[in-house]
Design a protein around this ligand. Structure first.
Ligand SMILES: C[S@@+](CC[C@H](N)C(=O)[O-])C[C@H]1O[C@@H](n2cnc3c(N)ncnc32)[C@H](O)[C@@H]1O
Length: 474
C-alpha cells in the first residue's frame, strides 16, 4: 500500500456509506472535536482514497468524525493522506481503522463482516475478524448463511460444468478454485441431485424444481431424463422430430438458451445432435452466445465445451471466454490443450452484416465481406488441425444478399455471400459436405409496411439459413 500526503478542499471528500463500517456519525464526538479544532488542537490527517469513476473526488477511509468537525467549523481545506489500497478491501481497511479509538458495536461488526464477505467470499473469517476486532468463531456465526449459499452456488456451477465434461483443471481455473476446494465440491456431486430428484418424483414441474433449488431448467431436465434414450427425450421435451431435411420452427424454445442476439432454436441444435452424434459424445461450440448448445447438450446427455468472447461467469460459467479474432498479423490459436478432441463441432457465427451493433466491438460481425470470408477460411483450417479425422462439423449460416435496396432483377453475380461461397471455402480448407439442411429463419421481423414496399419494388427477400454438415476426407 502506498500513500501521499496532500491538502484537499473539504468539498472534494465524501463519506461513502458503502465503505463506512459504522451505523452513523456520533454527533457528541463531532461536537467535542469541533471544540478542539477551535482551540487549535492539531489532529492526525484523515485518510481517503480516490472514488472509483469520479475523478477529483475522495472517500473517507478513516476520520469521519474529524472530517465532520472540520466541516462544522467552516474549514475549507484540510491535510489528508491519500491511500492506494492496492486491491485490499476498503471497507475492511476502514473497519480496522475504526476499531482503533472505539470497538464496533455488535450490529456494526456483523453488518461489516457480511458486507465484506458478500463482496469477496475468498476472505477468511480470521482476516475479517482481525479487521473488525472479533474472533474467528464469531465471524463464522455472522456469515454462516452467506457462506452456505455461496457454497451451494459453487456446487451447482461445478455440477453443471462437470456434467458437461469440462476437464477439472479448466473448471478450477474458471471458478477461481484451488485444487483442494474443487475436490471438496466434486466430492458432493453424487449426493447433490438427491433433493432435486426427490421433488421431481413428488410430481413437481421442471420449472418449479429449478426455481426451488436454484438450478437452471436444462440441468433439471438433464436429471429428469437421466434413464431415457434420445427418442424418449424428444417426446418428453415436446420436440416433434423432423424426418426430412427441412427444419423450421416458428419460435425458439425459451427453456433453452438465453435471450440473445441471433439466438437459434434449441430444436435446431437438438436435431443436429440427434442425427450426427451419440449419447456422451463431446460437442464443441466455439461461439456459443446465449448458451443454447450447452443447454441442449444437457437435455440430450452430450458433453459440451463452449466458448464465446462475451464472458458471463455468474450465469454461464460453462461458456469459457475466448476471442478467436486476433489482429490479422497474428495467427489464430487454439484456446485449450487437451488430448481429448470433439466428436462434433456446432458453429453458429454471427451471420455476415447482421447484428454488428448487438455484439462486442471485436466481434467478427463488424468485418468487411473480404475479412469475414478470410476469417472463416483461417478458422476452418484451425478447426481441422485441432479435431479428429472423424469429427463432424455442423456449420450454420445464412444467405446474404443486399436485397433491402435492390430489385431482384438488378442484383448482380457475387453481390452477396451465398451458400456456395461457404461451400467453396469449406472444400478449400479440407471440409466436405455430406448434408445441406434448410433451416429457414422466420420472416416475421418484417412488418406489413416493409413487405408491401418490397413487393412494389419487386425486391426478393432472404430467409434462407442452412445447416451444412461436413467431414474431412479419408
Ligand atoms: C449468432 S451468435 C451465437 C448464438 C447462439 N448460437 C445462440 O443461439 O445463443 C454468435 C456469437 O459469436 C460471438 N463472437 C463473435 N465474434 C467472436 C469472436 N471473434 N470470438 C469469439 N466469439 C465471437 C458473439 O459474441 C455471439 O455471441
Amino acid at each position: 500500500m502506498t500513500q501521499l500526503t496532500k491538502i484537499l478542499p473539504i468539498s472534494a471528500i465524501i463519506l461513502d456509506e458503502e465503505i463506512y463500517p459504522r451505523k452513523g456519525i456520533d454527533h457528541r464526538r463531532v461536537g467535542i472535536f469541533a471544540e478542539n479544532i477551535r482551540d487549535n488542537f492539531k489532529f492526525d490527517p484523515i485518510e481517503v482514497e480516490p472514488v472509483p469513476g469520479r475523478p477529483g473526488k475522495y472517500r473517507l477511509l478513516d476520520g469521519a468524525h474529524r472530517w465532520s468537525a472540520y466541516k462544522s467549523t467552516g474549514t475549507e481545506k484540510i491535510k489528508v493522506i491519500i491511500k492506494d489500497l492496492d486491491g485490499y478491501d476498503p471497507l475492511l481497511y476502514a473497519a480496522t481503522k475504526a476499531i482503533g479509538p472505539k470497538q464496533l458495536t455488535e450490529d456494526e461488526a456483523r453488518a461489516t463482516a457480511r458486507r465484506v464477505y458478500t463482496k469477496n467470499s475468498s476472505l477468511s473469517s480470521i482476516n475479517i475478524g482481525k479487521a473488525i476486532g472479533r474472533a474467528r468463531r464469531t465471524v463464522d456465526t455472522y456469515i454462516a448463511d452467506l457462506r452456505a449459499a455461496i457454497h451451494m452456488d459453487m456446487d451447482i456451477k461445478v455440477f453443471r460444468m462437470n456434467r458437461l465434461g469440462i476437464p477439472q483443471d479448466r473448471i478450477a481455473k474458471r471458478l477461481g478454485l484451488v485444487r483442494t476446494s474443487l475436490h471438496y465440491h466434486l466430492s458432493k456431486m453424487a449426493a447433490l441431485p438427491n433433493s432435486t430428484n426427490a421433488d421431481l418424483s413428488r410430481g413437481f414441474t421442471i420449472a418449479q424444481v429449478a426455481q426451488k433449488h436454484g438450478w437452471t431448467d436444462p440441468m433439471v431436465w438433464s436429471l429428469a431424463l437421466e434413464d431415457k434414450d434420445d427418442l424418449e427425450r424428444f417426446t418428453k421435451l415436446d420436440w416433434g422430430l423432423r424426418t426430412w431435411d427441412l427444419w423450421q420452427w416458428s419460435d425458439c424454445d425459451k427453456r433453452f438458451g438465453d435471450d440473445w442476439p441471433g439466438r437459434i432454436p434449441a430444436q435446431l441444435i437438438a436435431h443436429i445432435l440427434f442425427y450426427f452424434s451419440k449419447t456422451n459424445d463431446l460437442i464443441l461450440d466455439p461461439m456459443a452466445g446465449g448458451g443454447v448448445t450447452p443447454d441442449t447438450c444437457l437435455a440430450l446427455n452430450r458433453r459440451c465445451w463452449a466458448f464465446d468472447m462475451m464472458d458471463r461467469i455468474e450465469t454461464r460459467p460453462e461458456i469459457e471466454p475466448c476471442n478467436w479474432s486476433l489482429p490479422s498479423d497474428e495467427k489464430l490459436s487454439w484456446p485449450i490443450s487437451s488430448k481429448e478432441k470433439p466428436d462434433l463441432i456446432i458453429f453458429d457465427p454471427p451471420y455476415f452484416n447482421k447484428k454488428a451493433g448487438d455484439y462486442d466491438k471485436k466481434s467478427i460481425s463488424g468485418l468487411s465481406k473480404k475479412e469475414y470470408l478470410e476469417f472463416l477460411e483461417t478458422f476452418f483450417v484451425l478447426l481441422r488441425h485441432n479435431v479428429k479425422k472423424t469429427t463432424r462439423f455442423a456449420f450454420i449460416n445464412a444467405d446474404w444478399r443486399n436485397f433491402q435496396n435492390t430489385p431482384a432483377a438488378e442484383e448482380i453475380y457475387k453481390g452477396g455471400i451465398l451458400i456456395n461461397d461457404y461451400l467453396d471455402i469449406l472444400k478449400k480448407t479440407g471440409w466436405y459436405h455430406t448434408h445441406i439442411i434448410q433451416a429457414p429463419m422466420s420472416s416475421q421481423r418484417f412488418n406489413a409496411g416493409v413487405v408491401s414496399a418490397m413487393q412494389k419494388k419487386r425486391i426478393l427477400g432472404v430467409t434462407s439459413r442452412y445447416v451444412i454438415i461436413l467431414k474431412q476426407m479419408g
